[in-house]
Every structure is written in structure tokens, then in C-alpha cells.
Write a new protein. Structure first.
Length: 276
């Protein structure tokens, strides 16, 4: 399996709902808001969940007020917990394992997200000098995801994220080497809520963790920009060029607005709710 093949989800870094026991519809809690039509406590099945673990309003989630569900991605944690960690035993027929399964799910989800970022980093040509270390760390994270429920619940997730984040920062700097000295493009963690950035030159910008909620990024040049953790909810990406951007995820795109003219990385799909 090639590293590029891994990046496009062929090794299970994308959700396979048919192999999951609807863990994202049960384990997390959510509150009535613009993203969810009703409040649901953690560990309680969503009212729309059917007996066969399918969503009863899957094709109408946005219309029914469940926009939050449409932008969620478990990065393959659902099927891994369902079929590997718990060996295909679902929480309905094996209720004694339900609580533990729901507690394990977010742990594995976080690890799977780390795997996604590491896999993308491995596919970047600029990261060649770091590939041995990236492969080593990726293999270790993958090993952790295959642990027992008890082992998973005992993990120190913060320590693993710190290790991975340090590597991703180094990869980001290699990709953005030409813009590191440009202060205008160092916007890590910046509050850009509702910012007017239409047509802005943000190529190679550091936008890690930036708050871009509702920002106008229409026609912006985001080639090679680091977008890890950037909050793009409601941001307008119409006609924006995101080719070559690093660490941009499908959930980030799904949370944004856009059109048919936006240019996206090959590994990501154009959200169905975008116009045009």
C-alpha cells in the first residue's frame, strides 16, 4: 500500500458506517443549538437512530436541524472500535460492554485523527527528510489503536498528540519555507471571525488554529497554507484555491461554504451542500 493510497482513506481512515454500531450517534453528548435540533446526553442513542444502526433522517439531516452530524468524521474509529476492539459485539446485544465501548470510542477517534495527519505528512514531497521518523511514529500510533479497551482507556492522549504535533510543525515549516519570514502570513491562532479576506494572498500562511468562522475567503489564495485546526464554520471558500494546503480535513470543508469553482486538494471531496 502506497503512502498516497493511505492518505486517500484506503486503509480505513475514513468512516465506514456500515461496519460501525452507530457509535457517533450514541457516545457523544450534544446540546440543542444551530447544529443540533435536540439535546442528547452522552451514552444515549439519538432519537433518529433506527434498530439497524442506521440514521432515520440521513438524507435530511441539514433540513431537520442536525447540521452538526453532517460535518462529523470519526476518521475510521467507529468501525475499528466496533469490529476490532470489541470483535463485532454491538452494544445492544452485549449491553454490559456498552459503557466501555462508548468511553473507548473518543480515545480511538483521537488516535485515528493523528494517523490521518501523519499519513498526509508522509505523502508530502517536502517531508522526505522526516519520513523515517513519521513512519516510526505512525506505526506506534497504529499499534496503540489495536490495544484492548483497558489499554486504550489508560493512554495519555496529550503526550501522543504533543509528539505528533511537534513532527507536524516541522513538516509545515518545510512546506511553507518561503513564507516563514513574512509576518503578514503568520496568523496562528488569530481571531479572524467574520474577517473580510476575499482575494487575499494567504499562500503558505500559517493559519493553524485560526478562528475563521464566517470569514469571507472567496477567491483567496490558500495554496500551501497550514490549516490544521482552523475553524472554518460558515467561512466562504467560493473560488478559493486550496490546492497544496496542508492538514485540511473533510470536516473543515463540510463546515464551510463554497462553490464549484473552489479548487480543492485531490484527497478531499467537494461537500454536497456547496453551491454550483
Amino acid at each position: 500500500m502506497s503512502e498516497q493510497g493511505a492518505a486517500d482513506g484506503s486503509v480505513g481512515l475514513r468512516a465506514d458506517c456500515g461496519s460501525c454500531f452507530a457509535l457517533c450517534c450514541v457516545a457523544p453528548a450534544f446540546s440543542a443549538s444551530a447544529d443540533f435540533a435536540a439535546t442528547k446526553p452522552a451514552g444515549k442513542p439519538c432519537a433518529n437512530l433506527a434498530a439497524d444502526f442506521r440514521c432515520g433522517i440521513h438524507t435530511r439531516l441539514r433540513d431537520q436541524g442536525y447540521r452538526g452530524c453532517t460535518v462529523y468524521d470519526c476518521f475510521g474509529a467507529g468501525q475499528k472500535v466496533s469490529q476490532v476492539t470489541f470483535g463485532g459485539r454491538d452494544w445492544r446485544t452485549a449491553p454490559r460492554s456498552a459503557r466501555q465501548m462508548f468511553e473507548v470510542f473518543p480515545v480511538v477517534r483521537d488516535l485515528q485523527e493523528l494517523l490521518w495527519y501523519l499519513t498526509e505528512a508522509l505523502a508530502l514531497p517536502q517531508a522526505e527528510q522526516l519520513r523515517p521518523r513519521l513512519r516510526q511514529v505512525r506505526a506506534e500510533i497504529e499499534r496503540l489503536t489495536l490495544g484492548s479497551p483497558e489499554e486504550l482507556l489508560a493512554l495519555d492522549g496529550t503526550a501522543h498528540w504533543r509528539t505528533v504535533n511537534d513532527l507536524l510543525l516541522r513538516v509545515s515549516e518545510l512546506v511553507r519555507a518561503r513564507t516563514l519570514g513574512d509576518r503578514r502570513k503568520q496568523r496562528r491562532g488569530a481571531d479572524l471571525v467574520g474577517a473580510r479576506l476575499a482575494g487575499a494572498d494567504l499562500a503558505g500562511a500559517n493559519l493553524r488554529g485560526a478562528y475563521l468562522i464566517g470569514a469571507d475567503l472567496s477567491g483567496a489564495d490558500l495554496r500551501g497554507a497550514d490549516l490544521i485546526g482552523a475553524d472554518l464554520r460558515g467561512a466562504d471558500l467560493s473560488r478559493a484555491d486550496l490546492t497544496g494546503s496542508v492538514f485540511l480535513t473533510q470536516p473543515q470543508l463540510d463546515a464551510a461554504r463554497g462553490d464549484a469553482d473552489a479548487r480543492l486538494p485531490d484527497r478531499l471531496r467537494r461537500p454536497g451542500h456547496w453551491t454550483g
